[in-house]
Design a protein around this ligand. Structure first.
Ligand code: NAD
Length: 508
C-alpha cells in the first residue's frame, strides 16, 4: 500500500541503479520526498521489490569477479576523477540537498565537502591497502599478508547527511575491490542519487555500484541476503542495533554507527567568546540534527555564570529556510520530526526542567508551512530526565551544572552514549586529564564537533557504536578487506633433502 501522496502525475520518480542502468521500479509502494521548508513534493521514491533487490545484489556479485582483479591504479584513478566531478557539481548538489533536507546552503556544501574528503582519501588506496611482509620467519621461509576485498557489501544511510555518509561508504568499499549495494535514506535520496550519477560518470563499471530504495523490508532483505558479506549502517540506535544483530546472525561483518548525546564540558578558565560561539554553533547548527551535535552542556564551577550569555547568544540565531541568505537554522526534516522534538520539549517541562528558551511556535515569513523549531535551552536538568537520557535530534540544548572537572567526567562517563565530547579550557593539564579519563570515542579540546578527517577513522564508542571498526581511515580498509596470510618457501634447484621429514609443528 502506498502512503497518501500529494504528488502529481508530473512528479519525478527516483530511479534504482541496477547493473549500471538507472531503472524505474516496478513497485506499488512509493513515498513522497518533501521540502521541509515548503511541503512541496519534490519527487517520489520507490520501495524496491524483492526481485529488484535480488537483481541489484546479483549484479554486484557478477561484477565482483572482474572488479576484484582490476589494478589498484585503475581503481584509484576513478576516485581521482570522481573527486573532481563532485567538486565541480557541489553547488548544484547542495541546492538539491537543501531542498530535500532543509539545512542551509553553506552547511549542505559542508555535508558534500566532508564526503568529498573521503573520496580524495580513497584515491590513496595504493598505500592504504598494503599488506605486510616478514622475511626469514624460518630458514628460507617468508610470511606475508594480502588485504583482499570481501565481495558484495551493503550500506544503509540516515537522512541527516545524505551526501557525507553515503560517501563514507561506497567509495572506500569499492576502491578496496568490493562491489556495493547502497540503500539511501528514503527521506532525502535525491542528493545521494546525484552523487551516485557522478560516480558512474567517473567510470565505476557496470554492477560495481548499485542502489535500491526503501525502508525496513529492504534493509532486512540486505541484512539477511546470503550473497552479502558486510553491512555498514549509520542511523538511530534502535535501528542500528536491529541491523547489527540481524546481519551478524546471518554471518555478515557489520559496523553500526548510531545515536548520541554529546556533552560539552566548560571549565571557567575557557576562552569565553570562543566557547560560547562553539556551543551555540554546535548545538543549533543543522537544527541539531547531527550525530555529533552538542546536545548537553556541562558548566563547571563558576562557568555557570555564563548561562545568561549562552541564552542571549542563542536568541540571535536566524531561523529561516535553508536557501535564504544568512540563515543559521533551517527547518527539521519532517513534520513527524518536529512533533517528536516538541513533545520532548513538553516532557522536559513536565519533568521539572526550566525552559529558559522556547523554540516552539516559530513563524517564518514566506515559509509558514515549514517544520521550524527555534533554539531551545533547558536549565536545571538532571540525569534522570527524559530530555537528558534521550537523543532529541533537534535544536535543544540541555544544561547541567557541576562543581569540579572530576564531577563532569563522572557525569559524561555515566551516560550510555559515546559518540563525541568537547572540553573547553585553557589548561593543558585539565585537557590531558580529560582526554585520558573520559570514556568517549571522539574528544574535542576546544573543538565542539570533533569529527575526524578521513586519514583517521570515525571512532564513536559505547552506546553510539556496534562493531569494532569505524567508517573511513585505516579502520575501514580493515573492515572492507580480509587478511590472507601466506607462508612460503622456495627451494633452490640444488636444494638437498637435508632435514628430512618434519613431524612437529615448528617451522624448520
Ligand atoms: P534511522 O535509524 O531512522 O534510519 C536509518 C536507515 O535505516 C534509513 O536508511 C532507514 O530507511 C532505515 N530504517 C529505518 N527504520 C528501520 C527499521 N525499522 N528497520 C530497518 N531499517 C530501518 O535514522 P535517521 O532518522 O535517518 O537518522 C538519524 C539518526 O542517525 C540519529 O540517531 C543520529 O544520531 C544517527 N546518526 C549517527 C551517526 C554516527 O556516525 N554515529 C551519523 C549520522 C546519524
Amino acid at each position: 500500500m502506498s502512503a497518501p501522496s500529494a504528488a502529481s502525475a508530473n512528479t519525478p520518480t527516483v530511479k534504482l541503479l541496477i547493473n549500471g542502468e538507472f531503472v524505474e521500479s516496478a513497485t506499488t509502494e512509493w513515498r513522497d520526498i518533501v521540502n521541509p521548508a515548503t511541503q512541496e513534493v519534490l519527487a517520489r521514491v520507490p520501495f524496491a521489490t524483492r526481485a529488484e533487490i535480488d537483481a541489484a545484489v546479483g549484479a554486484a556479485h557478477a561484477a565482483f569477479a572482474q572488479w576484484k582483479t582490476t589494478p589498484i591504479g585503475t581503481r584509484a584513478r576513478i576516485m581521482l576523477k570522481y573527486q573532481a566531478l563532485i567538486r565541480e557539481h557541489m553547488p548544484r548538489i547542495a541546492k538539491i540537498l537543501t531542498a530535500e533536507q532543509g539545512k542551509t546552503l553553506p552547511d549542505a556544501e559542508g555535508d558534500i565537502f566532508r564526503g568529498l574528503e573521503v573520496v580524495e582519501h580513497a584515491a590513496s588506496i595504493g598505500t592504504l591497502q598494503l599488506g605486510e611482509f616478514a622475511e626469514n620467519v624460518a630458514s628460507g621461509v617468508d610470511t606475508y599478508t594480502l588485504r583482499q576485498p570481501i565481495g558484495v557489501c551493503a550500506g544503509i544511510t540516515p537522512f541527516n547527511f545524505p551526501a557525507m555518509i553515503p560517501l563514507w561508504m561506497f567509495p572506500m568499499a569499492i576502491v578496496c575491490g568490493n562491489t556495493f549495494v547502497l540503500k539511501p535514506s528514503e527521506q532525502d535520496p535525491l542528493s545521494t542519487m546525484a552523487l551516485v550519477e557522478l560516480a558512474i560518470e567517473a567510470g565505476i563499471p557496470r554492477g560495481v555500484l548499485n542502489v535500491v530504495h526503501g525502508g525496513k523490508e529492504v534493509v532486512d532483505a540486505l541484512c539477511t541476503h546470503e550473497t552479502i558479506k558486510a553491512v555498514s549502517f549509520v542511523g538511530s540506535t534502535a535501528v542500528g542495533t536491529h541491523v547489527y544483530n540481524l546481519a551478524s546472525q546471518h554471518g555478515k561483518r557489520v559496523q553500526s554507527m548510531m545515536g548520541a548525546k554529546n556533552h560539552a564540558v566548560v571549565l571557567p578558565d575557557a576562552n569565553r567568546e570562543q566557547t560560547l560561539n562553539a556551543l551555540v554553533g554546535a548545538g543549533f547548527g543543522a537544527a541539531g540534527q547531527r550525530c555529533m551535535a552538542t546536545s548537553a552542556v556541562v558548566l563547571v564551577g563558576q562557568a555557570r555564570e555564563w548561562l545568561p550569555d549562552l541564552i542571549a547568544r542563542s536568541k540571535t540565531l536566524k531561523v529561516n529556510a535553508g536557501v535564504e541568505p544568512n540563515t543559521d537554522l533551517g527547518p527539521v526534516v519532517s513534520r513527524t520530526a518536529k512533533e517528536r522534538i516538541e513533545s520532548l520539549i513538553a516532557k522536559g517541562v513536565e519533568e521539572g526542567a526550566t525552559l529558559a528558551l522556547d523554540g516552539r511556535g516559530v513563524r517564518v515569513q514566506g515559509y509558514e508551512q515549514g517544520n521550524f523549531v527555534g533554539p531551545t535551552i533547558f536549565t536545571g536538568v538532571t540525569t534522570e530526565m527524559t530530555i537528558y537520557r534521550t537523543e532529541i535530534f533537534g535544536p535543544v540544548l540541555v544544561v547541567l551544572e557541576v562543581d569540579t572537572l572530576d564531577d563532569a567526567i563522572a557525569l559524561v562517563n555515566g551516560n550510555p552514549f559515546g559518540n563525541g565530547v568537547g572540553l573547553f579550557t585553557q589548561s593543558g593539564a585539565a585537557a590531558r586529564k580529560f582526554q585520558s579519563e573520559i570514556d568517549i570515542g571522539q574528544v574535542g579540546i576546544n573543538i565542539p564537533i570533533p569529527v575526524p578527517v578521513p586519514f583517521f577513522s570515525f571512532t564513536g564508542s559505547r552506546g553510539s557504536k556496534l562493531g569494532d571498526l569505524g567508517p573511513y581511515g585505516k579502520q575501514v580498509v580493515q573492515f572492507y578487506t580480509q587478511t590472507k596470510t601466506v607462508t612460503s618457501r622456495w627451494f633452490d634447484d640444488a636444494a638437498s633433502s637435508a632435514g628430512g621429514v618434519n613431524t612437529t609443528i615448528s617451522l624448520r
